[in-house]
Design a protein around this ligand. Structure first.
Ligand code: PGA
Length: 255
């Protein structure tokens, strides 16, 4: 496997944090901190900060993403946001199937697949999240589960569209807990995901697909995780709200 064939991508997942004004201030601090990065840099903000983020990041090396998207184009879906609405704002990325959406908002593998397809059809780049719970890890089903999640999420996605798919391996037990997967654990599962992508689309697509690790990645552990051959970047929660920490992770990915 050849890391040079794919883009390293560090994406911040701001979750339900920051008003629009607070987002503007954070972006003002982030822009100089990640300037000239050796990897792609993305911030995924709450819907209410997207307009501000797109405006502020125009002409910089920071891409803007949303944290969720609905799968229908329009209609009676109170409270939802369509892929076309995001594209219209200038948003380029969207996170789909984050474990918090699966856990708290009844997201299933099937709806993750529908959202992935809708987002791709609208022209977005999709960050698809997969990952096991602590119980599932203890039961020894991590690889089977992640394989299944990946396969279902990618159902109906073409090989051409895979150029706009990033997969984020996020063990649920490591998210927001300060308990990071070891670099070996991250490598093992990211490699398993690349293997499934290879089975579905062939070796060329597998080698070109960016696979991130996420779950308590921070300035201190990013280097070791990102040095692993199949870990091509990170989806960063808590540390993405701290410019110096986020910049350190971006620097580690650009090495
Ligand atoms: P964390 O979150 O970095 O705060 O663990 C990662 C994520 O949920 O994407």
């Amino acid at each position: 496997m050849n890391k040079a064939k794919r883009k390293a991508v560090i994406a911040g997942n701001w979750k339900m944090n920051k008003t629009a004004a607070e987002s503007a201030a954070l972006i003002d601090a982030l822009i100089p901190a990640v300037q000239g990065a050796g990897c792609d840099v993305v911030i995924c903000t709450p819907f209410t900060s997207l307009v501000t983020a797109v405006e502020k990041c125009a002409g910089t090396n920071i891409g803007v993403g949303a944290e969720n998207v609905h799968f229908e184009k329009s209609g009676a879906y109170t409270g939802e946001i369509s892929a076309d609405m995001l594209v219209d704002l200038g948003v380029k990325y969207v996170i789909v199937g984050h474990s918090e959406r699966r856990q708290y908002f009844a997201e299933t593998d099937e709806t993750v697949n529908k959202r992935t397809k809708a987002a791709l059809a609208a022209g977005l780049t999709v960050i698809v999240c997969v990952g096991e719970s602590l119980t599932q890890r203890e039961q020894g089903v991590t690889e089977e589960l992640v394989r299944l999640q990946t396969k279902i999420a990618l159902g109906g996605v073409s090989a051409g569209e895979m150029a706009r798919v990033i997969i984020a391996y996020e063990p649920v037990w490591a998210i927001g807990t300060g308990r990071t997967a070891t670099a070996e654990q991250a490598q093992e599962v990211c490699a398993a995901i690349r293997k499934v992508v290879g089975e579905l689309y062939g070796a060329d697509v597998a080698e070109a697909t960016t696979i991130q690790y996420g779950g308590s990645m921070n300035a201190g552990n990013a280097d070791e995780l990102l040095q692993k051959p199949d870990v091509d970047g990170g989806l960063i929660g808590g540390a993405s709200l701290k410019p110096a920490d986020f910049a350190a992770i971006v620097a580690a990915a650009g090495k």
